[in-house]
Every structure is written in structure tokens, then in C-alpha cells.
Design a protein around this ligand. Structure first.
Ligand code: DGL
Length: 269
């Protein structure tokens, strides 16, 4: 796909922002981007055919992520948001070196606001096994270690529920209840949703955890950072009209497209 055919070919600012995830989870970030910048054009790409990324090897996720980002940039995207914590930890540093002139924004678990939400809180970080294993997360955790009790919780198997459009069911509630079985829930203060799929199961999570636990997600911070980066590069779209959203997925089924549209309209907060 070449976006210079779809958008005014001479105006760089009209080009879309590519938003990428291993599947449909990055739509939680797209929602935040739309709140921050409704007038931008977006090209959302989910690699559902290769999902999940979080249980693959680092090399495999890096290879897939780099191949997709190469394609977005070749097709004329003006910026790339890697709306996947797993792909960010595997490839963003390398991609920034490869494309120093392109605004490339990654996402990381929203640990800082969770740690600062209370005096020495008990914070659980839910994420994929790869995100929690990688150096990027260890560095983040080291930064806040003295200010909170931080417990990483790998959640293999959870993103599949959202990929299959299951955001509310007894089966999902049981899965979440089992995940949190080892914890004394009354003692938990905050849970960080360190995978972009997880905000879509916030309601079920809150049911399992109780309303005293505050959930934190990285989408809004990533959207604010994207706006800052575009403004600094003079790449914001100067239009009073709403932009277009183009959904694209490596699993090109009608069901996936419908799921993307459904997720975009879910109010998970
Ligand atoms: N949505 C992705 C993230 O934020 C991960 C899901 C997967 O395992 O592919 O990490």
C-alpha cells in the first residue's frame, strides 16, 4: 500500500500516522491518539496472523516489527507509533537508529503514575512474558523500586481472549481470578496494564480485583508524547476536519475488521 496515492501527495503533514501492534490491542492506544489528535489520519496495522508476540523469541519479534515498520515508512507514513509493549522492548531502540528522521514512538508500562498514586503502594504489573523479561522493563523497575512494592505478573494466554473478541465472559473472569489467586487483593493498590490488549478487559479485571484497585495504562502518555514529537517536527496536520482511519490486518478477514471497529468504540475507562 502506498499512502501517497490515498492522501494529498504533496503535503507531508497529510500522510497517516502508522499505529502498529501484534494484533487488535493497539486500538486502545489509537483511542488515546484520537482523543489527543482527532484530525490526524491513521493507518492501524495489526499483525494478528503472527500473534501472540509475547511468547515468541526476541529475535522473532524484532524481525517481524522491523519488517512492518520498514513497510510503513516506505509507504509514506509520517510517524510510527509502536502500540505494543512487547514490540517496543524488542525493536524500538534499533528502529530509532535506523530511521533517525522519522518520529518513532514506543509504549512502556505506565509504572510511574502507578507508583506515584500513593505512598509506597503495592503495584502489580501485568504484561507479556517478553516485556517483563527484557532489559527495558528491568531498567524501568529499577527506577521506582525504592518507592513501591512492584510485582511483575506475566499473563500468557490473556491477549487471546481480546483477539477473539471475548471481553466479557465467565471463562475470562475465571482466567483473571486464577491469575490473581496468589495475591491478597485487599492489599493491592494499583495494577499496571502493561500490554495494550488488557485495557479492553478492564471491567472484568475490576470485578475480580475490587474497586479499591486503580488500573493504569500507557495509551494516554504515548498519545501525548506522539503529539509532542509531531509538533517538534512540524508534522501536525493543519486541518479542522476529522482525519481518516484505515484498518489493516495481516489476518485479512471481515471478522477482524469488524472487531477493530467494535474495539474502537468500546469505552473501557
Ligand atoms: N499488545 C501487545 C503488548 O502490548 C502484546 C500481545 C502479544 O503477546 O502479542 O505487549
Amino acid at each position: 500500500m502506498n499512502f501517497f496515492h490515498l492522501y494529498d501527495s504533496n503535503i507531508r503533514n497529510e500522510a497517516p500516522i502508522a499505529v502498529f501492534d501484534s494484533g487488535v490491542g493497539g486500538i486502545s492506544v489509537l483511542q488515546a491518539l484520537l482523543k489527543e489528535m482527532p484530525n490526524e489520519n491513521y493507518w492501524y496495522y495489526g499483525d494478528s496472523a503472527n500473534a501472540p508476540y509475547g511468547t515468541k523469541s526476541l529475535e522473532e519479534v524484532r524481525r517481524l516489527t522491523v519488517a512492518h515498520v520498514d513497510r510503513f515508512i516506505r509507504a509514506g507514513a509520517k510517524a510510527v507509533v509502536v502500540a505494543c509493549n512487547t514490540a517496543t522492548s524488542a525493536a524500538v531502540r534499533y528502529l530509532r537508529q535506523k530511521y533517525p528522521a522519522v518520529p518513532l514512538i514506543g509504549i512502556e508500562p505506565a509504572l510511574k503514575p502507578a507508583v506515584l498514586s500513593k505512598n509506597h503502594p503495592n503495584v502489580v504489573v501485568m504484561a507479556t512474558p517478553m516485556t517483563l523479561r527484557e532489559e527495558k522493563f528491568h531498567n524501568l523497575m529499577d527506577r521506582y523500586m525504592g518507592m513501591a512494592h512492584i510485582i511483575p505478573l506475566p499473563c500468557p494466554g490473556l491477549m487471546e481472549y481480546i483477539e477473539h473478541g471475548n471481553m466479557q465472559s465467565e471463562e475470562l473472569e475465571l482466567f483473571l481470578a486464577r491469575l490473581f489467586e496468589p495475591f491478597e487483593k485487599q492489599k493491592l493498590d494499583a495494577v499496571v496494564l502493561g500490554c495494550t490488549h488488557y485495557p479492553f478487559v478492564s471491567r472484568e479485571l475490576q470485578k475480580v480485583l475490587g474497586n479499591h484497585v486503580t488500573l493504569f495504562e500507557g495509551g494516554p502518555g504515548t498519545a501525548r508524547e506522539t503529539k509532542r514529537r509531531l509538533a517538534a517536527a512540524c508534522l501536525l496536520r493543519n486541518s479542522l476536519e476529522k482525519g481518516k482511519i484505515h484498518f489493516d490486518n495481516s489476518e485479512c478477514s471481515e471478522d477482524k475488521r469488524r472487531l477493530c471497529e467494535k474495539l474502537l468504540n468500546i469505552n473501557f475507562c
